[in-house]
Design a protein around this ligand. Sequence first.
Ligand code: ADE
Length: 391
Amino acid sequence: MASEAEGWILTATGRAPTNIAVIKYWGKRDEALILPVNDSISVTLDPDHLSATTTVAVSPTFDRDRMWLNGQEISVSGDRFQNCLREIRKLARDVEDVDKGVLIRKEDWQKLHVHIASYNNFPTAAGLASSAAGFACLVFTLAKLMNVDQDHGKLSSIARQGSGSACRSLYGGFVKWAMGDDASGSDSIAVPLAPESHWNDLVIIIAVVSAKQKETSSTSGMRDSVETSPLLQYRAQTVVPHRVQKMEEAIRSRDFASFAMIISLVERWNKAEGIPQVAYTFDAGPNAVLISQNRNTAGLLLRQLLFCFPPPPDSELSSYVIGDKSILGEAGVQSMNDIKALPPPFLNKDGSPCQKIAGEISYFICTKLGSGPKLLDQSQSLISPSSGLPK
Ligand code: ADE
């Protein structure tokens, strides 16, 4: 390591999206390497609405690896962080910053410590795959800082060791996590199926039921399923391979009816219309993710949602519907009074109007398909270039 200035700090800042699976990852065949029992397919969500931003800094003055998440210091001693840091350090190369008079040789990275500051622009631990965005962002940004020359497939296999579904957040659009069969996990990587531009009229509305931490972690839920469910193996070996193939075809041909049919249906509306209007999916949390074919359908959907799940009377509409607020325009709703005046969307079988359920939904996020990780410029750094601590 050669440097003119002793107290130098180098940083890199990146942003990575979260993703929502439409063919789910459920069950590990190797807990340490996070290897799944089936392929999965996801859509990457718009990073403007759902993403992690992470700055990684390196300096000879840092005495240990440290991390701050949403402003709070957290431990990086767990296996998941350690595995990602170790694997990325192995791939690090020489880095030179001529302006700062700094040259880091690839072998120096084993001794240098990093500071990591990250924040999520959506609730962490609300079942919205924050760790997927977080680990994808961490690995992507460390790779930039350390001048790693590897494709996103390789980076995805490292991010996978932080959080399984993080591997899918290395790409935008539609992404497959190929389960692979090698015991080392080298072929358990994300593969892009189609970029976000391929089917960019899809609108995604997330009904955030609870922004609280979920009670059962995905890790323990999956472990219980693997240990106790005879159906899980059947799902992985018989059901999923066929569905993955059908889903890939539906994405390729932008066949919304097949796409929605595979996920399942928003029963009544879709039945009433004859052809599917909206698809829905859930991850291991209570939040519903609703996918509509275009903005017009999304507007109609949002009208129905706002009728059935009205905001609390003293709240602001602008904090009840967040993300792409222009969908409110499609819904013909601009104020709390407009919501009060909405007609009931559909009748129950007995002719009674659909019931209003107040207070169950915290808020709705309107979003769309998004792009993969991006490097941000220095002005967006979360770490002070003089102290090396979060700003
Ligand atoms: N877990 C949840 N959010 C995270 C983030 N931004 N970085 C790392 N781990 C996370």
